[in-house]
Ligand binder design. Structure first.
Ligand SMILES: [Cu+2]
Length: 153
C-alpha cells in the first residue's frame, strides 16, 4: 500500500513538473483569458472577445485569426464617427508592448466571426486560432477555446 502511494505521489510530482515546464516555455508568455463569443441569433456575424496579456520581453502583434467553426474571422475595431457607430478592419493587426495587456470588448476591438459552419449554442466551446508575429516577424499560431455565452448576461 505504501509503495503504491509513493508511486502515485512520484507520478503526480512528475506530472506537476511537466506542467511546470510546459507553462514556463514560450507559449505561456502570451496569456489569453475571458475568451468568449456572445451569441447573436441568426446566421449573421458573431463577436469574439478576450483579454490578451503579453508577458514576454518583446512586443507581439496579433496579425490575424481564423477558426475551423467559421468561414472567416476578421480583426475589427468599433468606432464612433459623426455620432454613428462603425467598424473598421484592423489591417495592421494589434501590437502589444511587453508587459502590456489589451482587451477585445463589445464596442471596441473584437473578432468578427463570419458564417458559422454549424449552429452555435450557449455553452459551446469554439477553437479560434490567433496568429502572432514577434520582433523577428516569425509567426506563431495559438489555438484558444472560446466559450459561447448569451448576448446579454
Ligand atoms: Cu466587426
Amino acid at each position: 500500500m505504501k509503495k503504491i502511494t509513493l508511486a502515485l505521489l512520484t507520478a503526480l510530482l512528475i506530472a506537476g513538473g511537466v506542467l511546470w515546464i510546459w507553462t514556463t516555455t514560450a507559449p505561456e508568455a502570451l496569456v489569453i483569458d475571458q475568451a468568449r463569443i456572445r451569441l447573436v441569433a441568426g446566421s449573421g456575424p458573431q463577436g469574439g472577445y478576450f483579454s490578451l496579456h503579453n508577458r514576454t520581453s518583446t512586443a507581439v502583434t496579433l496579425q490575424s485569426a481564423s477558426s475551423p467553426a467559421f468561414a472567416r474571422v476578421m480583426l475589427h475595431q468599433t468606432r464612433i464617427r459623426d455620432g454613428q457607430s462603425e467598424m473598421q478592419s484592423l489591417q495592421d493587426g494589434v501590437t502589444v508592448a511587453p508587459g502590456e495587456s489589451i482587451e477585445f470588448v463589445p464596442g471596441g476591438m473584437h473578432l468578427m466571426l463570419m458564417q458559422a459552419l454549424q449552429p452555435l449554442q450557449v455553452g459551446d466551446s469554439v477553437p479560434v486560432v490567433l496568429e502572432f508575429a514577434g520582433q523577428d516577424q516569425q509567426v506563431q499560431s495559438f489555438t484558444h477555446q472560446f466559450v459561447v455565452v448569451p448576448l446579454t448576461p
